[in-house]
Design a binder for this molecule. Structure first.
Ligand code: 26M
Length: 809
């Protein structure tokens, strides 16, 4: 800016207002008198965005000058959340903006309602990517997040007669002011076709693709908090080339045929696959994955070559973190680029590749481990399959050298699965082609080493690490819960905890302070009034996450049904009033999960219509759970339901957000729950259920859900009432699956869960005690900041150091 004599943007409300009006006039082409709400929103967005431009320019210059080791985060999903409020906070313009927008005759809140969140992800994995890029910027780490700019994000969920229906999410229909197109950085990606040998070279091949697609990038700004750094997330959109439009057909009136090639190309980034944790194996999904990897790798190489010449330096200047196996095709793609296009010899290319990549695994569910049919690979990516075969051959030779004659081990570890249809096992490829592999919570990382990846941990014990997940304290405390944030800052003396979340421990000394506790309670109550889900004095019990049988929304439901029967049996009992709030999406093809949603709504309706039960119990299903809705629910929660079958939830991150906001967890010994409990203290956590080893044992020795049903009268009543049609006749499939096989041991954990809920109510009856527990949950959850997660990755996996961006002048 200084170099070219641009004026510095003003920081007062007047100056901000001038720029707002000028955005409206010159960039929206309208006036205050005729501005639509959309004009006001866009003008404000541009004015805020401009206030990050200078930091972005200085970041790029400082990073370029220091030629550091870069972190490239590859993820098929990003759930960034709404951008306006965050960028107001991170640019420090919230107050002046609120003042300035008055000239438009609208409030900041009204304008913020027009800010649509880009729902470019399914759930935990996508939101984690967003929290990590936020923390990388906050920690001054030179980083780029690469992803796909889907035209349609995660579907919009509506309830039709209590059942989930899905509508398309055309999130950028009216444009997206947060996005900077960079058409000059477009890339060309090939698919299909065949390979030919190159004379005189045993390893190099020529790939002649049968289809060519363009990848056009745009980026969104990722500012750090309390620092100058502004990084970017670069998102690729598929385009047909000029040649994909057939003018002669168009002229002949064959309009659909004229554009069919372009449509085919553009379909690659058309829609996010809404499948959380079960593999579909669709060709278009693999095309998306390769499209992301090919575009991103070429961009990474382009950036490397701006400052470097020697391939020997590539791995020292580059680390590529794979967010689950979705971008694993980047491993053979880098090999292809190095060997075929840049003529690096195979061994050197393989050494560079292995030192460049790292892999984060997010699951333990065997059915969620990605595999692709060999025949599909062969057709779509023939060269990559050849490369994978060669990688596999050399790898299996290594296994044979370590474990001579152990053919069973070789079969188990092969990148190609041979049982039934031959398939490429992406997790095996990801472990073989990387320097580090990590799970996302202590238990998860341990179980990875002991179960799904145990052969690999035998071979390369040092490769396996844990990096416990974390969440952004800016988005999930400061922005979501301003009342609590103000109270915390007052209690701690300043707001430096937002960049150093361990400082929350300072609240411990206030946990016993009656007037602080009183205000803490008042904050929670005010948040409940805002949410308006029910009586703000009732215990607000929330279960908010994707619907999956392993997460066990059905267990919560059996508890609700049991409360219903208890209250009906004793209408004058001294019942603790509760609002039970569910929110979450089910994959459109996941029928069992959709049946649970349907039953929740039927039970909710039955209770609402029952004058005996309704005063004590309310079931709410909040439609279309997304980041924006999470930010409204979390601050209002008293009780956080984290009740997955132990050993199934890799980490969970909602559990962390709720604990940070003073909700108390009722949970199993699963994922990060274990670490939350260890930190907040056993006495401030409601524990129940089997542990992961007990659960595995029970399944091995033969589990019979009927035995639990026969022995527990309340459990029997709950299930029988479903079958008898008490809830509008809904829920037969749910009861049938629970009594038939109950894959996730719901009935085995039922009694223990109910006992623990009893304890919850005893505690709730003592508000001083509850509030103290709530404060201590917040005080001891500082570890779960994504800033700490990023510091762990930086020190133990990436081995990168921060680069400080100089302040202006
Ligand atoms: C699979 C096939 C086709 C299309 C999409 C998918 C797919 C998409 C997302 C599969 C899995 C996906 O995400 C899994 C996920 O969100 N895992 C969660 O990751 C969190 C962050 O590490 C953890 O906290 C959760 O425990 C884990 O379930």
């Amino acid at each position: 800016r200084q170099g070219i004599g641009l004026r510095r943007l003003g920081t007062t409300a007047d100056e901000f207002q001038q720029d707002l009006l000028s955005s409206l006039y010159y960039r929206r082409g309208t006036t205050v008198e005729s501005a639509s709400p959309r004009d006001a929103y866009e003008a404000l967005a541009m004015t805020v965005r401009d206030r990050l431009a200078d930091r972005r320019a200085r970041t790029a210059a400082a990073h370029f000058a220091s030629n550091p080791r870069w972190v490239y985060y590859l993820s098929a999903e990003y759930l960034l959340g709404a951008q306006l409020e965050q960028n107001l906070l991170y640019s420090g313009t919230g107050e002046v903006a609120a003042e300035a927008v008055k000239v438009l005759g609208r409030s900041l809140e009204e304008i913020e309602d027009l800010d649509v969140e880009p729902g470019l992800g399914n759930g935990g994995l996508g939101r984690l990517a967003a929290c990590l890029v936020d923390s990388m910027a906050t920690r001054d780490i030179p980083a780029v997040g690469y992803g796909i700019r889907y035209d349609f994000g995660i579907f919009r969920q509506t309830l039709e007669g209590g059942a989930q229906a899905e509508r398309p999410d055309d999130w950028a229909f009216q444009g997206n002011p947060w996005e900077f197109p960079a058409p000059d950085d477009r890339q060309t990606v090939g698919f299909y076709g065949h390979t030919e040998p190159i004379a005189g070279s045993p390893t190099r091949k020529r790939w002649l693709p049968g289809e060519i697609v363009l990848g056009e990038p745009s980026h969104m700004l990722v500012p750090g908090y309390g620092t100058e750094t502004v990084n970017i997330v670069r998102l690729w959109r598929a385009r047909g080339s000029e040649a994909s439009f057939d003018l002669s057909r168009f002229s002949a009136g064959q309009y659909a045929e004229a554009v069919q090639e372009a449509v085919r190309a553009e379909n690659i980034s058309k829609v996010l696959y809404p499948d959380d944790s079960t593999e579909l194996g669709r060709e278009l999904r693999l095309k998306q994955q390769y499209f992301l990897c090919s575009c991103s790798l070429r961009d990474i190489i382009r950036r490397f070559r701006l400052r470097n010449e020697d391939w020997d330096d590539f791995a020292d200047k580059t680390v590529i973190q794979l967010n689950d196996t979705h971008p694993t095709i980047a491993i053979p793609e880098l090999m292809r680029l190095l060997v075929d296009e840049y003529e690096v010899d195979w061994d050197k290319a393989w050494s560079i590749t292995r030192r460049t990549f790292a892999y984060t695994c997010h699951t333990l569910l065997p059915e969620a481990l990605e595999t692709w049919p060999v025949h599909l690979f062969e057709r779509l990516l023939p060269r990559h399959l050849e490369i994978i075969y060669l990688i596999n051959m050399l790898f299996l030779r290594e296994v044979e050298a370590h474990f001579p004659g152990d053919t069973d081990r070789i079969r188990r570890m092969s990148i190609i699965g041979e049982e039934g249809e031959r398939r490429v096992r992406m997790a095996h490829l990801a472990v073989v082609g990387t320097e580090a592999v990590n799970g996302v919570a202590e238990l998860h990382s341990k179980l990875l080493r002991e179960t799904v990846l145990h052969d690999f941990a035998d071979l390369w014990p040092a490769k396996f690490q844990n990096v416990t997940n974390g969440v952004s304290p800016r988005r999930f405390v400061k922005l979501a819960n301003p009342r609590l944030s103000d109270l915390i800052s007052e209690g701690l003396g300043d707001d430096s905890w937002l960049n150093d979340l361990d400082k929350l421990a300072g609240l411990e000394r206030l946990a016993g302070d009656a007037s602080f506790a009183e205000r803490w309670r008042a904050v929670k109550r005010a948040n409940k009034v805002d949410l308006a889900a029910g009586d703000p004095d009732a215990l607000t019990d929330v279960m908010i996450k994707r619907f999956h049988e392993y997460k066990r929304q059905q267990l919560k439901l059996l508890h609700v049904i049991t409360m219903y029967h208890r209250i009906r049996a004793n209408p004058t009992g001294d019942w603790v009033p509760r609002v039970v709030l569910f929110a979450g999406k089910a994959a459109p093809a996941y029928h069992a999960a959709k049946s649970i949603i349907r039953l929740i709504n039927a039970v909710g309706a039955t209770i609402a219509a029952d004058p005996v039960v309704a005063p004590y119990l309310k079931v709410v299903f909040a439609e279309n759970y997304n980041v924006t809705l999470a930010e409204r629910i979390i601050p209002a929660a008293d009780l956080s339901e984290q009740i997955s079958l132990a050993g199934k939830e890799a980490s969970g991150t909602g559990n962390m957000k709720l604990a940070l906001n003073g909700a108390i967890t009722i949970g199993t010994l699963d994922g990060a729950n274990i670490e939350i409990r260890a930190r907040v203290g056993d006495e401030n956590f409601f524990l129940f259920g089997l542990d992961a080893y007990q659960a595995a044992d029970m399944q091995i020795h033969g589990y019979h859900p009927r035995e639990f049903y026969d022995r527990d009268a309340e459990l029997k009543l709950a299930l029988d009432s479903i079958t008898a049609g008490t809830f509008a006749g809904v829920g037969h499939e749910v009861a049938e699956s629970l009594l038939g096989w109950d894959e996730y041991l719901t009935l085995a954990d039922f009694r223990s869960y109910l006992d623990s809920q009893e304890e919850v109510e005893q505690t709730w009856r003592d508000p001083e005690r509850w509030t103290r527990m709530s404060i201590l949950n917040t005080a001891h959850s500082g570890f779960f900041s994504a800033d700490r997660t990023v510091a762990d990755y930086a020190a133990r996996i990436w081995r990168v150091a921060p680069v400080t961006v100089p302040r202006e002048d």
